[in-house]
Ligand binder design. Sequence first.
Ligand code: SF4
Length: 303
Amino acid sequence: MNEPYYSFNKYLREKFGERVHRISIDAGFACPNIDGRLSKEGCIYCNNKGFSLFTGKTKDIRSQIEESIKYYRQKSGVNKFLAYFQAFSNTYASPEELKEKYDVIKDFPEIVGLFISTRPDCIDEEKLKIIAQYQKDYLVWIEYGLQSANNSVLEKLNRNHTYEDFLKAVNLTRKYDINIGIHLILGLPWVNHENAIKEAKLLSKLDIQGIKFHLLHIFKETKLHEMHKEGKITLMPEKDYIKLVCDFLEYIPENIVVLRLISSSDPKMLVAPLWMNNKTSIIAAIKEEFARRKTWQGCRVKK
Ligand code: SF4
């Protein structure tokens, strides 16, 4: 059966003809929103522990890749992998250091893609030139943490970058033909349904190739956790999330890859909402909602 949205799995199968697994890597990069260059507090929801099997531990990149390949080969019989530089801001270093760290993937013929997650204010032409060189041998994507297209919401999240910074990064990145994924938070208490759909319409016009949804959730040891304890944060219920994802995707062109429908979280660190970790049933509910409506991703995009 055809899926009502362009899933990341489908995209990878089209590219490689088989299942491909993503390996999350903590390459030891820092973040300007934590190290004091922009702030020391970080984003209000951020606690980078639990991002990958290895985050917070001191394994080098090579060992992380070796162990993950072994683990996922045994677990799922997968033979191709994407190296996903995930923890913190993976372009926040000198061009030389970036090259040295990304180059580790060259020792692993099983790796077919380089995915780099970063902030939109941590990129420039020099870095993009380095990243662009990997396109000859790898599928290359940069994922920019946008979170919201509204500057006042970005301020509430203590992101310390603007929507305009993001637009600049998009324009620069597309000059080098590098694929762009955007990371967006849904369920923010300061963004009502109408404004979320306005964001969908705005983003649908950009030259981006993928979108990744993140449900706002409360992680222990974060500023958001304190705000939640003080009763300042209302979280989105499951049924509203399902509806919002469908509404949102109806405005997103069908050639934009849905990199993720819902985030999951380390159960030891998650405070709420606990329903978010029922990923399989949430994805099934989103598909059922599309079927009930008889709609699909992009069905409301004006041609
Ligand atoms: S930019 Fe990313 S790593 Fe840095 S504080 Fe925000 S969420 Fe955390």
